[in-house]
Ligand binder design. Sequence first.
Ligand code: GAP
Length: 464
Amino acid sequence: MAAEKNEGVEKMEKVVSLCKRRGFVFQGSEIYGGLKGTWDLGPLGVALNNRIKSEWWKMFVDGREDMYGLDAAILMNAKVWEASGHTGAGFCDPLVEDTETGERYRADHLLKDVGINADGMALPDIDAAITANNIKSPKGNPLSPARQFNLMFETTIGATAGPDGKVYLRPETAQGIFVNFKNVVDSMSPKMPFGIGQIGKAFRNEIAPREFLFRVREFEQMEIEYFVKPEDWEVQFEAWRVALWNWFDHLGLKRENVQEFEVPENDLAHYSKRTIDFEYNYPGKGFDELAGFAYRTDHDLKSHMNASGVSMEYIEPDGTRFIPHVLEPSFGVGRALTAVLVEAYQEDEMNGEVRTYLKLPAHLAPYRVAVSPLLKNKPELVEKAREVFSLLKKEFGNVAWDDNGNVGKRYRRQDEIGTPYCIVIDFDTLGEENPEQKDTVTIRHRDTGEQERVAIADLISKLK
Ligand code: GAP
């Protein structure tokens, strides 16, 4: 077990190092020593991230008749968060301080480290468990009593500070959907059941950001609020459960690395009657939340209706009125990106050398294909290779030009960033020695290293 954990930690370290070395993920504000809980996506990271988001949109919004898209503002009226319950105790984590250094820790994490599950525990019970187990801060100092810490980032809007200007950076994209429910119903006349999908940034002032992209203070969510008749929620819940599994398959995650976790009643979020967390087996960490799937009842629409005075009722063609209930599949993009990267990370032996490669599904890879001339100092090869490059670039967009070093080195470089195919233009392409090979190229496959000869005219259909 310990050996497996060490192996996992080592694998995660290798992935994090590859992410930095090859331009996937950089530390936020790195040249100033970083900013805890923030990460920047480099050229390949943003390519992979955008692919995850566009595949999600294709599957859950464009690919369905019952879904609508939305892009709400990050800054929202403070009343939204009062009505949703986020300003209260429901959106807090238990915080303790090192009484000497003032450093802050999550009390439930410190208890988890000694095998105590503090989910849903009241503050006095947390204090009692800390005392009974003689838990100190990681620096070895006594801890303060636990208190609730709200995770929302506050800021002020406009030129004058004061209570009227207080706003929050949204801690979930979901509320942007709820407050636009009536707008979407009035403008699109959707039939029940229907859903609204949104992708965007969310912010949480996490007490202890950690584990790479897993727990950060600024992240992206892809969320769906699916509105149903109250009596239909269980049937729809089962249908969405299947849809979520299909999504994880589409990301290339092995089924054995994904599991469902039924959240116990005492640990449900303040808005939820039932939640299943979909967990991924992160190397060195084990199974932890990748996405959440909650039944939020009519909590949000009802709360906004009561607080704003605006009706959130849906009216059926026969005049029946009701407040829809809602199912919420909620995905963190960063956690998906991490899962995709660690799942794809492979080491094998090729031509007597250890090679590292990312076995990314072609629909997610930052580059679908790389094109190179066999030799970069032969103008006739370069010219032909440029022709092929332009043809493919026009079709796919994400095509790399790579003429650095020898062909073997180019293959290794492209393997490491997950490019599924490399195309080389050689003297046979020009038809100088073998006229029958004219206008054909070599395609080399990332996973097997196998090569085949393909006519340029067939390239696009071959790579699709
Ligand atoms: N609207 C429901 C909601 O926000 P959540 O379980 O708090 O539910 C949903 O968050 C997803 O957002 C999580 O499954 C996770 O993927 C992602 N997420 C939440 N907090 C995060 C954080 N601090 N860092 C990175 N991802 C986070």
